[in-house]
Design a protein around this ligand. Structure first.
Ligand SMILES: [Zn+2]
Length: 617
């Protein structure tokens, strides 16, 4: 109820922000933001010209960041900075005063820069330090080809400030140019217009002409090659991976066409994917024009490519229409899961789409169970003040967000809902959106327009899942459950019953093993299906989780689990397995593996597992 009373006030505030007078820059264009020190209503960056040298010997990025600013008669501009060494700062062309404020463990330090009311540009000379959290420097052994080192960045949520001094809030959008110098045997690529071949001198120039948020600035440097799939899609990978990746992702152009047919023209010209070494902490990161992806989705049979559909969908929800603060993260992810599943449906049919949706639905149940003591964190709109935005990156934003949108779709009908979504993306292109602004837009353009009652506030502001949720069903999953029952009853596996199964059916089959499953039954399945040696990372992950849960151990499986945990740094996977150890009081065993694995993890993954296992380095 509290939220209902607050709404009219919030609504008034939003309406007044929506029509800022062009000449009056003092309007509160930007909402309050707890994860950035910037004060953009006073002075805000609008364009970045980055000039850096990537030094693999020193493991440092050294250079300068020049910003064009919108200056509202200010005497100071504040950037975010964390673990950076700031050497000198210019206001226009003259050296100016600067100071770093108090250090905050999560946010870093505000970089205060003295400017004049007529200052148009600032330049910061800086270098990164060994503590930087965005960068992961890999030695050749950690790459596929094992010949050259590799570097990649991960900006989301608040890590870009650890490799570029910047106003690091998603509601601040900038265009950028960059000049990046790397060793001449390597190629650099960014979330920008990219090279397709190496240069002789290792100098690369980039341009991102569409305005983006700081968390979407990204850089990867390695011995990589490009191979086109269509005129506007293609892949980057290490040499030994190029052919495999190219055939795995060969549906990329079809995906872009399917997405455009749903919600309008692709706004970023080019859609490429770079497959990174296995320590990359996420499945994928939707860096504009160039998605960063884990090699664990290259299964050999296109079975895990919904990840590419997901990152592509972010080209609309997230990159084009961006959550204003991390409290509104569900607006990025819930919409993206919905869009991803619609792309998968368009390409591969309703059965596949519903299986993906149901796996997400089960993830949501698991998440609700694990968060049962902190019900506030099961709300879509979060309050992350004082907390790391990473804490909000769980199944609630993704799968509860999805379920909300699917329920809305089923309530109003697909035709009306699709028209609404298309207009929503159009109306907010290249801008940011927060939850209250979205609800106002939804009410006006969908619910009131069609005279439909819907409990939006309950979905967004209350804990848990409302009772009017869409029910997702899958005959394929029901068949998989029946097969399992039959195998267990007969104590014998009929392999023919599983011959057309997709990854989703296997995942469902394994995740739904009965509670009282015996070691002998685990063995029966392992002998029949060779799960322990699965080359499909998702199937391997859920199988290893069950092996830990059911105490199905022994050399073969233990070795494979350890191999998996020391080679793969994808947070979702390793967190799932370490959680299983932790749940079964095997923290000591987990810690022994973690000690060997940790050096291979990006800071995003290491931070999560440190916390989970109570590990201090
Ligand atoms: Zn996403």
């Amino acid at each position: 109820m509290k939220n209902l009373f607050l709404l009219p006030l919030v609504f008034t505030l939003i309406m007044s922000c929506e029509n800022p007078k062009k000449e009056d820059k003092t309007t509160n264009k930007y909402v309050e933001e707890t994860h950035s020190f910037a004060k953009p209503n006073i002075a805000v960056i609008s364009h970045l010209d980055l000039n850096i040298n990537v030094d693999f010997d020193a493991k440092a990025i050294i250079g300068k960041a020049t910003y064009t600013i919108e200056n509202n008669n200010a005497t100071e501009i504040i950037l975010d900075s964390k673990f950076l060494e700031i050497e000198n700062v210019l206001a226009d062309t003259k050296t100016t005063g600067f100071s770093l404020g108090e250090f905050d463990e999560m946010l870093g330090q505000p970089l205060h820069i003295a400017i004049k009311p007529d200052t148009e540009t600032i330049t910061v000379f800086y270098q990164t330090t060994s503590k930087t959290e965005a960068l992961q420097w890999l030695n050749p052994q950690q790459t596929a080809d094992k010949k050259h080192p590799f570097l990649f960045t991960q900006g989301q949520a608040i890590l870009t400030r650890t490799w570029i001094p910047i106003q690091d809030s998603p509601q601040i959008r900038i265009t950028y140019d960059a000049t990046v110098k790397v060793p001449s045997e390597l190629m650099a690529v960014m979330s920008a217009e990219n090279p397709k071949v190496k240069t002789a001198d290792g100098i690369y120039n980039f341009k991102m002409k569409q305005p983006i948020s700081a968390y979407l600035i990204a850089l990867a440097v390695g011995d990589i090659e490009y191979k086109a799939i269509s005129e506007r899609t293609g892949i980057y990978a290490e040499k030994s991976m190029v052919t495999k990746v190219h055939s795995e992702f060969s549906d990329m152009e079809k995906m872009v066409v399917a997405a455009e047919n749903l919600y309008g023209k692709y706004a970023w010209d080019q859609f490429d994917v770079i497959v990174l070494p296995p320590s990359f902490p996420f499945g994928g990161m939707e860096n504009p024009r160039l998605t960063f992806a884990t090699p664990t989705v290259v299964a050999g049979d296109k079975s895990l490519t919904s990840l590419i559909a997901h990152e592509l969908a972010h080209s609309w929800s997230g990159n084009l229409v961006t959550n204003a603060t991390w409290n509104d993260f569900w607006l990025n992810e819930g919409f993206t899961v919905y869009f991803e599943i619609r792309i998968m449906e368009a390409l591969y049919g309703i059965d596949r789409a519903n299986m993906i949706a149901l796996i997400g639905r089960q993830d949501l149940d698991d998440e609700l169970e694990s968060l049962k003591n902190t019900p506030n964190s099961t709300k879509l709109k979060l309050d992350l003040k004082g907390k790391n935005p990473d804490d909000g990156m769980n199944s609630i934003a993704y799968d509860k967000g999805y379920l909300f949108l699917r329920t809305l779709e089923e309530t109003v009908g697909r035709e009306k809902f699709d028209a609404f979504l298309k207009n929503y993306f159009n109306a907010h292109a290249f801008s940011t959106i927060h939850t209250e602004k979205f609800i106002a837009y939804l009410n006006k353009n969908l619910l009131e327009k069609h005279k439909i009652n819907f409990n939006t506030d309950e979905w967004v502001y209350d804990a848990g899942v409302p009772s009017n949720q869409a029910v997702i069903q899958s005959d394929k999953f029901e068949n998989a459950e029946k097969a399992m029952q039959q195998f267990l009853t007969n104590n014998k596996v009929d392999v023919a019953m599983t011959k057309d199964w997709t990854t989703q059916e296997w995942v469902h089959f394994i995740r739904n093993f009965p509670k009282e499953m015996t070691i002998a039954q685990m063995e029966l399945f392992d002998d029949a299906f060779n799960f322990t040696n699965s080359m499909n990372s998702h199937i391997a992950m859920v199988w290893f989780e069950q092996a830990i849960n059911k105490n199905y151990r022994g050399n073969a499986v233990d070795t494979k689990i350890e191999e998996f945990l020391t080679q793969v740094g994808r947070r979702w996977y390793v967190e799932t397995l370490f959680k299983a150890y932790e749940k079964h009081d095997k923290v000591e065993e987990a810690t022994a593996i973690y000690k060997k694995a940790r050096a291979n993890y990006h800071s995003v993954t290491a931070t999560t597992i440190d916390k989970l296992l109570g590990y201090s380095n």
